[in-house]
Design a protein around this ligand. Structure first.
Ligand code: NAD
Length: 252
């Protein structure tokens, strides 16, 4: 199927994990995709994307770099239809009273300001033609858990930024929705498990699976299919929505 035929999409944080799966599925469904990530040279994931994708080395927390890269994407592909704000970091995993200001600020800089900068500089390119912005929040942007406080704050912010921007831009045909994944097995989650003292990754994965009524941890494609839906015209009447893809984690 060609669910996003010829749409031009930006996927931030596309070098690994959920972002790579999003870029791959969007390309498979007919899109042309710009991948933003930190590495200077194109990451290995780009090799799977054929000639319908191109890589930009961009730190989403740096406004000038975001501004420049989005302008280059539009120059290269001719337009911009979809922005997937996926880049994010877990940040420090300490109780609130031990978190330093720098640790707090770094998480907000990537997870919140990064979404702000990319949205800010994508919207003008969508102004006259509409578009779809998909923001990766989290189950941690909906419910609490006793860990990663700066991350929780950042994902809660992304959830509300999405709804506000949905209302601001609905009349221009620019839709803004958030996705709220449960635990998805990616380098971020493996790192998080190591930080919490796990040494046996298979056991850690089994433990995580038990948090999800559906009985397993998510795969990047579980989220990528949600992104394809929100990027496509199949979701044309959907804005300001929170798409929860969490194996039932928040259903209890
Ligand atoms: P990941 O750490 O596996 O991959 C994130 C990617 O973002 C990496 O390639 C990294 O280099 C890139 N990145 C980080 N900082 C960046 C910056 N400043 N500029 C550009 N790129 C940057 O993460 P993931 O698990 O694939 O998560 C993707 C998104 O989904 C994140 O926003 C995350 O918070 C969210 N999420 C993940 C899970 C999960 O369980 N994996 C659950 C809920 C939400």
């Amino acid at each position: 199927m060609r669910r996003v035929e010829n749409k031009v999409c930006i996927v931030t944080g596309g070098a690994v994990g959920i972002g790579t799966a999003c870029a791959q599925r969007l390309v498979d469904e007919g899109a042309r995709v710009a991948v933003f990530d930190l590495a200077i040279t194109p990451p290995a994931a780009m090799r799977g994307l054929a000639d319908r994708a191109r890589y930009w080395s961009v730190d989403v927390a740096t406004e000038i770099a975001v501004h420049r890269a989005i302008a280059e994407v539009v120059e290269h592909f001719g337009s911009l239809d979809v922005l997937v704000n996926n880049a994010g970091i877990a940040g420090t995993n300490k109780p609130t009273h031990e978190v330093t200001e720098d640790e707090w600020d770094r998480v907000q800089a990537v997870n919140v300001k990064g979404v702000f900068f990319c949205t800010k500089h994508a919207v003008p390119h969508m102004w006259d033609r509409g578009g779809s912005i998909v923001n990766l929040s989290s189950i941690y942007g909906l419910v609490g858990a006793p860990d990663v406080p700066p991350y929780h704050a950042s994902k809660g912010a992304v959830a509300l930024m999405s709804r506000t921007d949905a209302l601001l831009y609905a009349s221009r045909g620019i839709r803004v929705n958030s996705i709220h994944p449960g635990y998805i097995w990616t380098p971020m989650v493996e790192g998080h498990m190591r930080d919490t003292g796990a040494t046996d990754m298979d056991a850690a994965r089994r433990d995580l699976a038990q948090l999800h009524p559906i009985g397993r941890v998510g795969e990047p494609d579980d989220i990528a299919w949600g992104v394809v839906y929100l990027a496509s015209d199949e979701s044309a009447f959907m804005t300001g929505a929170q798409l929860v893809i969490d194996g039932g984690y928040t259903a209890r």
